[in-house]
Ligand binder design. Structure first.
Ligand code: UGA
Length: 433
């Protein structure tokens, strides 16, 4: 099939690469010309395991193309996939302006009988709104269909999540359009959920808000565990073995971040308010998460009394491992809180330092290794559970610190490692120190 994809962010680029990998001819379109020029020579704008190899392979096999020309990309497409961003507006709602821009271009270039797929995360009712907008921008009346097809990939495992998805949700009021999209994905051999447009749109928000709630729930349990002397890891294990609960997303820590959960929970809350539904539960999910972001600083304050003049080494900056994405990363709030309390911050991350510089500038020091970051530090904060930190040689880390104190925001240091090291003062989340 000939497919055009609008937007080469995480979702657009991964989808484009995976669809070409299963044999389709895919043209990815983006208004950012520099990004397109880089992609044309095999340079990816994001760090994502396995993506670069597939990008180069499919481009060389001439199934994957990149352009900033809408006419070139859209006019030969039988399926157009919109995967542009829907960032958060100040009032919590999703900002649809990129989507509206895409609708104008599609309206200008769309050919009869094309299926337009919205993959971007959009509030209920948006597919219908965008369909109208495309129609309004068509020079003449044209017949086309719209399909809601939300995406469930995670950054850091985007390729695997797309190629081996748990389910593919296809929402449309038109049988033929639904079947066409099912056909497109057929080689993936993944179960389909066929539904109407509004339910498909809702599945995406309901899923992300549920996962965020699961994290806030276990995080609040972890705070309770600390208060009563229980161990949240054992509690999560005991809960997760119940198949109705499940083991995933029960890792207590310093809260969720990233480009999806924070904005999607707020957008769902906004939709609820707009429709007169009191979904106050989600306010609690957000409040718990905001508090978790402050936890390491609270613990350090309790331990030191004052943080003025203390050197804190942050290990990890990205919102989670295997990505250089800094959006809504807990490290941002933690750094700012430490600075406001007079502490000095030296940070190390395997891949996110350049992106962190755009947000935190020169307010903190950036180190090129763990060794450099922890040198002479009063305490270490583990903020992101990169494998490199799980495998740390604790003896050599603590030897170069002023005080051998570690606040582990992701519970990623094994007990056996702590025992071998001996001298470390260790503060995990939700279990005895
Ligand atoms: C999330 C969803 O998992 C995807 O299904 C969805 O497609 C995506 O949002 C999206 O809407 O685009 P992502 O944000 O890439 O994916 O990352 P996750 O692996 O879900 O992690 C989100 C946050 O939750 C991270 O900050 C992570 O550290 C935190 N988390 C996750 C926990 O604190 N505890 C856990 O047990 C799991």
């Amino acid at each position: 099939m000939k497919i055009a994809i609008l937007g080469t962010g995480y979702v657009g680029l991964t989808t484009g690469i995976c669809l070409s990998e299963i044999g389709h001819y895919v043209t990815c379109i983006d208004i950012n010309e520099q990004k397109i020029k880089n992609l044309q020579v095999g340079i990816s704008p994001i760090y994502e395991p396995g993506l670069d190899e597939l990008l180069v392979k499919n481009a060389l096999e001439e199934r994957l193309f990149f352009t900033s020309s809408f006419s070139e990309g859209l006019e030969s497409a039988e399926i157009i996939i919109i995967a542009v961003g829907t960032p958060q507006r100040n009032d919590g709602a999703a900002d649809l302006s990129y989507l509206e821009g895409a609708a104008v271009h599609i309206g200008t270039h769309i050919q009869p009988n094309t299926v337009v797929v919205i993959k971007s995360t959009v509030p209920v009712g948006t597919n219908e709104y965008i369909k109208d907008l495309i129609q309004k921008n068509c020079p003449k009346e044209i017949s086309f269909e719209i399909v809601s097809n939300p995406e469930f990939l995670r950054q850091g495992s985007a390729i695997k999540d797309t190629m081996k998805a748990d389910r593919i949700v296809i929402g449309s009021e038109n049988e033929q359009a639904r079947e066409k999209i099912k056909e497109m994905y057929k080689p993936l051999n993944v179960p389909f959920i066929m539904t109407n447009i509004r339910s498909a749109e809702m599945i995406k928000y309901a899923s992300n808000a549920f996962l965020a709630s699961k994290i806030s729930y276990i995080n609040e349990i972890s705070n309770l565990c600390e208060a009563v002397g229980a161990n949240v890891e054992d509690v999560a294990k005991g809960m997760g073995k119940d198949f109705r609960i499940g083991e995933a997303f029960l890792h207590a820590g310093i809260g969720y971040g990233g480009s999806c959960f924070p904005k999607d929970v707020k957008a769902l809350l906004y939709t609820a308010k707009l429709n007169g539904v009191n979904f106050g539960f989600l306010n609690e999910v957000i409040a718990i998460n905001d508090h978790q972001h402050e936890l390491l600083v609270e613990k350090a304050l309790k331990r030191f009394g004052s943080l003025a003049g203390k050197k804190i080494a942050l290990l990890g900056l990205s919102f989670k491992p295997e990505t250089d994405d800094m959006r809504e990363a807990p490290s941002i709030k933690i750094s700012r809180a430490l600075l406001s309390l007079g502490a000095k911050v030296s940070a190390y991350d395997p891949v996110a330092i350049e992106n962190a510089k755009h947000i935190l500038g020169e307010t903190i020091e950036y180190s090129s290794s763990v060794k450099e970051a922890v040198n002479n530090a009063d305490a270490v904060f583990i903020v992101t559970e990169w494998n490199e930190f799980k495998e740390l040689d604790l003896k050599s880390v603590t030897e170069s610190m002023k005080n051998p104190i570690i606040f582990d925001g992701r519970n990623c240091i094994l007990d056996s490692k702590l025992r071998d090291c001996g001298t470390v003062e260790y503060y995990p989340i939700g279990k005895p120190s």
